[in-house]
Design a protein. Structure first.
Length: 136
């Protein structure tokens, strides 16, 4: 079980991971293609997040009663896939809404509201992951 300090540390690590994967490692190939469902650009962006989540949670692998990193049914697979699938669909939906509404960064404040909502959903994903790994 994770201590309160471990929970805060996990959240901080996942938020740092998110910044790195969503802003530093995201290249035009990713963000220009996230709106096409099934495009490798969006899938590879989500995969980078999954890999980042795996490494973000390694520290917690030796904590008793948390996430299983070993064996054929390792729970880390569930967590990584969950992060990838949710991230992919949140990003895809954001692009779809912006396209349909014709919102752009320079023409509509709603573009920025949607970007903020997108980031909120990603942070709530991390809270769900922490809840899952802390549960006995």
């Amino acid at each position: 079980m994770l201590s309160p300090n471990d929970i805060l540390l996990a959240l901080a690590i996942l938020m740092l991971k998110h910044f790195i994967c969503d802003f530093i490692l995201q290249v035009p190939f990713h963000y220009q293609n996230k709106g096409t469902y099934g495009h490798i650009g969006g899938i590879s962006h989500a995969a980078i997040h999954g890999i980042g989540t795996f490494f973000a949670l390694i520290y917690f692998a030796d904590k008793p009663d948390t996430i299983d990193f070993e064996g054929p049914h390792a729970e880390i697979t569930i967590v990584v896939l969950f992060d990838m699938i949710v991230h992919y669909h949140v990003d895809w939906a954001k692009v779809q809404i912006n396209r349909r509404m014709h919102w752009t960064p320079t023409t509509h404040e709603e573009f920025w509201w949607l970007l903020g909502f997108d980031q909120l959903l990603h942070m709530l994903t991390y809270i769900a992951i922490i809840w899952y790994i802390k549960s006995p």
